[in-house]
Structure formats: C-alpha cells, structure tokens
Design a protein around this ligand. Structure first.
Ligand SMILES: Nc1ncnc2c1ncn2[C@@H]1O[C@H](COP(=O)(O)OP(=O)(O)O)[C@@H](O)[C@H]1O
Ligand SMILES: [Mg+2]
Length: 307
C-alpha cells in the first residue's frame, strides 16, 4: 500500500512551549487513521504541518511523497479545518464549485459531491444561513470535490448529533474504500473506534499508543450499559462479558468491556429491553488507563447503540 502521509520524528514548538514532542504517524491509501486526543494534545498542530499551513521545525512531513508547502503537493489534499470561516454571502453551490475549480476540476464536479454529502437541497442557501452541522457537511463537500488522495479532517464532527455523525462516518468510509487515505482527529473514543482502521492516541504532544480500534478497546476501562429490563440481576451477572451489575431506581447498570457482545445476548433474553444507553469510557478515563495521568477534559459522552 502506498503512503499518502508520512510523519516522522516531528517536534513543534510555539515559543518556549512544545506542542509536539517526537510524533510519527503514517497513513496509507485506502486506510483511515484516527488521531485521538484531548484538547491541547497537538492534533491541530499536526494537521497544520500536514496541510502546509505550519512550517516543519524538526522531523519530516510528506504528503504523497512531497512537501505540503508546495502547491503541487497540496493538490493531493482535501482538508476540513477545525475552525473554518465561510464567506457568508456565497451559496453552498458557489462554495463547492469554487473549491472544485481551486482543486483543478471543473465547476461541474460540485453536483455529484453535493449528492454524496446529502446537501443538494442546500445548494442555493447562503453560507451565513447554515446551521453548524450543515456547515460541517459543506466543509466536507469542499474537501471531497478535488477527489483527494489524502483527507485531513480536524475534529470534523464536533457539534453534530449522532445521526449526522454516522452519515459523516459513512461518507468518509466510502471514500476510504474507494482508495483515499484519511487522517481524522477526534476527542471521542467511540468516533475513533467507529471509523478508523488504526488509532493513534496523542497526549501532550506524544503518541502514547497506536493500535487497531479493537486493540484499543481492549485496553480501555469498562463501558456501562444502562436499561430497563425484566431480567434479574443474577441472570445479567451470568452473561459472559459482564463485570458487574447495579440497580439504579428502575434501571440497571451493567459494566462491561464488550458491550456489543453483552447486548446481543441480553436482547436475545429480553425483547422488552427499554431505555437502552451505552456510555463510553470517555477519553479522560481511557488516557488515565493508558498513561496514569489525568487531563482537563470531561468528555464522557453517552452514545446510542448501533442498530
Ligand atoms: N498559535 C499558537 N501559539 C501558541 N501556542 C499554541 C498555538 N497553537 C496551539 N498552541 C498550543 O499548542 C498545544 C497544542 O495545541 P493544538 O495543536 O491546537 O492541540 P489540539 O488540536 O489537540 O487541541 C496547546 O498547548 C496549545 O495551547
Ligand atoms: Mg485542535
């Protein structure tokens, strides 16, 4: 597989403070890598180096073998930046057509991408009238319209609800399957697990662990499933994969490292299972498990269970 992003031994300082302290990340064609880390970990700095926005101070950054500071290399890139400002008076169609032309395509390339990202109905809407989630989708369309070999997505799903987030993941996965390499940053453990082939956990400017989503999940502390069920505590406790069972009013809380496995069995025994929630361990607890250090993040997010 060919490498579309290669980052080796990268250090980056802002004045006296080190944002990256020796990072290596590789993304190959047809592969999605998630860079998972809390605020301040250095994710945006790393993306800035890969987009050519920041100058490499120490180490090596190559996009499709080239220097991202060169315009010819950037032709390979599609980018969704964490903080994107749109010219508010332009329509969605104008923005995506403009991005197509800047990427060396014809303006007509915009149409199929609007369909791909499911914003055809917004084509005539001015950017200033878009919701946050709609803006994220327009930003994705602008990144995709040049048919990039490498997609760099910096926390692209912040502010999206879980349904829009899933649609976003599906679009990214389809491009990945069609051969693009993807680097996606996130602070949501579940997002990394859902979309990535490999996860690099970035903490204080260093990759503290790099693994597959399954490998990472195995390192993480318990998840909690909460639900209303007709099953007794003893039956739940006996399900393989269940670590503990606790009553909480009319709900039961089940701790497990294998929520999918437990739920499959649970649903088989109780078809009246209601009010189901799976709470991820959250990055805070994951990092604590991996490094023994805390962070300032408090980001334990409840997640719906995939149907
Ligand atoms: N332009 C800048 N000037 C000074 N410090 C910065 C600048 N950008 C980022 N930093 C600092 O570098 C560190 C990494 O930031 P960043 O790459 O934005 O992390 P993340 O995207 O993971 O939140 C943080 O401590 C941040 O405060
Ligand atoms: Mg950032």
């Amino acid at each position: 597989m060919s490498e579309v992003l290669q980052i080796d031994g990268v250090h980056h300082r802002y004045g006296a403070s080190a944002a990256l302290a020796g990072v290596g990340v590789t993304v190959r064609a047809g592969e999605c890598v998630a860079l998972l880390g809390p605020n301040g970990a250095g994710k945006t700095t790393l993306v800035g180096l890969a987009t050519g926005l920041l100058t490499v101070q120490t180490g090596r950054v190559a996009v499709c073998g080239g220097d991202p500071r060169r315009a010819a290399t950037r032709r390979h890139l599609g980018v969704v930046q964490q903080k994107m400002g749109f010219p508010t008076m332009l329509t969605v169609a104008e923005l995506v057509r403009g991005a197509a032309v800047r990427a060396g395509r014809s303006a007509g390339a915009a149409g199929p991408v609007l369909t791909e990202v499911e914003i055809t109905d917004l084509a005539r809407r001015r950017a200033g009238k878009l919701s946050g989630g709609q803006q994220q989708r327009v930003a994705l369309a602008m990144a995709l319209v040049g048919d990039p070999d490498l997609l760099l997505l910096d926390e692209p799903t912040v502010g999206l609800d879980i349904t829009s987030r899933r649609t976003f993941w599906q679009t990214i996965a389809a491009r990945r399957d069609a051969g693009a390499g993807v680097l996606l940053t996130t602070h949501i453990v579940e997002e990394a697990a859902a979309v990535a082939d490999h996860v690099a956990v970035l903490h204080r400017g260093r990759v503290v662990t790099a693994d597959t989503p399954a490998g990472l999940t195995a390192l993480l502390p318990d998840r909690t499933i909460t639900a209303r069920t007709v099953l007794g505590d003893g039956v739940l406790q006996a399900l393989p994969g269940v670590r503990s069972v606790r009553r909480d009013g009319d709900r039961v809380r089940v701790a497990t490292a294998e929520p999918e496995h437990v739920l499959r069995q649970w649903l088989g025994l109780d078809d009246g299972l209601a009010d189901l929630r799976v709470e991820g361990a959250g990055l805070e607890r994951a990092l604590f498990a991996l490094t023994g250090e805390g962070t300032e993040d408090r980001d334990i997010e409840p997640t719906e269970v995939p149907a």
